[in-house]
Design a protein around this ligand. Structure first.
Ligand code: SF4
Ligand code: SF4
Length: 268
């Protein structure tokens, strides 16, 4: 079983073509600029959010918080009330149940992309899901990852995945530790490993104030050496929690600034 935060049936920003994007709940990083911090932890069933729901879509049974998606009006009061970086709006899926959801949409999509949270924390589940989806639905399977799981030790997952999308947040380890809570050693190892295996669709870096963006972009571009796409995302304050706002502020880089950063991605 795996805990899923959200399924977007049709997405054109999560890899090539029209894809179903599946967001898993739970992440092992705590990025200061995260836009969806409610995906970081799994719910503790403390019940604090239940009374904030205006339509009684939340209830408690046997010490477990239950969410009725049919009643929910997506006001996000529950997420705002949670101080555990979590949400009661998740669902546990078996591989077969998730496969059935994908099968319903099959005629309209080119593939699926799993994201998060950090989807590779469910690596065994992904191997089973991708194997079934490829064999029975003939769809491509992409993984959008923070790169913290050593993929050279998960060849089963790498082999069954068509392409990966990898976030590289900071090249400097101290800075990486400061903004994510974890070192970047495995991420950089995965970057080189996936390039060697020709398994990278795209690498991404968030350009945020008060980080050494120029250094990160130039060094990451050198490693990529035009072997895959390198995408820069401008920091925006929406969804970012207080700690992140203190560090990065309210205003992200302008279009003009992003053009300058884009130049740093050019190695030739
Ligand atoms: S988002 Fe849904 S479950 Fe949460 S408080 Fe609003 S209506 Fe209730
Ligand atoms: S979502 Fe947060 S507030 Fe609600 S029950 Fe879970 S941990 Fe408690």
């Amino acid at each position: 079983m795996a805990l899923v935060n959200k399924i977007i049936p049709f997405s054109c920003i999560d890899g090539p073509g029209n894809r179903t994007a599946i967001f898993f709940q739970g992440c092992n990083l705590k990025c200061t600029y995260c836009h969806n911090p409610e995906t970081i932890n799994k719910c503790l069933n403390c019940g604090k959010c239940v009374s904030t729901c205006p339509v009684k879509a939340l209830s408690i049974k046997d010490n477990k918080v239950l969410w009725d998606d049919k009643k929910c009006v997506e006001c996000d009061n529950c997420i705002k009330a949670c101080n555990h970086l979590s949400t009661p709006k998740t669902k546990d899926y078996s591989v077969d149940d998730l496969f059935e959801e994908i099968k319903k949409i099959r005629p309209f999509i080119q593939g699926i992309t799993v994201s998060g949270g950090e989807c590779t924390l469910n690596a065994d589940f992904l191997v089973d899901l991708f194997t079934k989806v490829k064999e029975e639905l003939n769809l491509t399977c992409f993984v959008d990852t923070n790169g913290t799981i050593d993929l050279s030790k998960r060849e089963d997952l790498v082999n069954v995945t068509d392409k990966f999308m990898l976030d590289v947040k900071c090249i400097d380890n101290e800075e990486h530790l400061k903004i994510t809570g974890l070192n970047n050693h495995t991420i950089l190892k995965n970057l080189k490993y996936l390039l060697e295996k020709d398994k990278l669709y795209e690498v991404r870096t968030v350009v945020a104030p008060n980080l050494n963006n120029e250094h990160t972009i130039k060094e990451v571009a050198k490693i990529i050496d035009n072997k895959c796409k390198y995408k820069l995302n401008a920091y925006r304050k929406y969804g970012v929690r207080e700690e992140g706002l203190k560090l990065h502020g309210e205003v992200g880089p302008s279009e003009e600034e992003m053009k300058i950063y884009l130049e740093y991605t050019k190695t030739k």
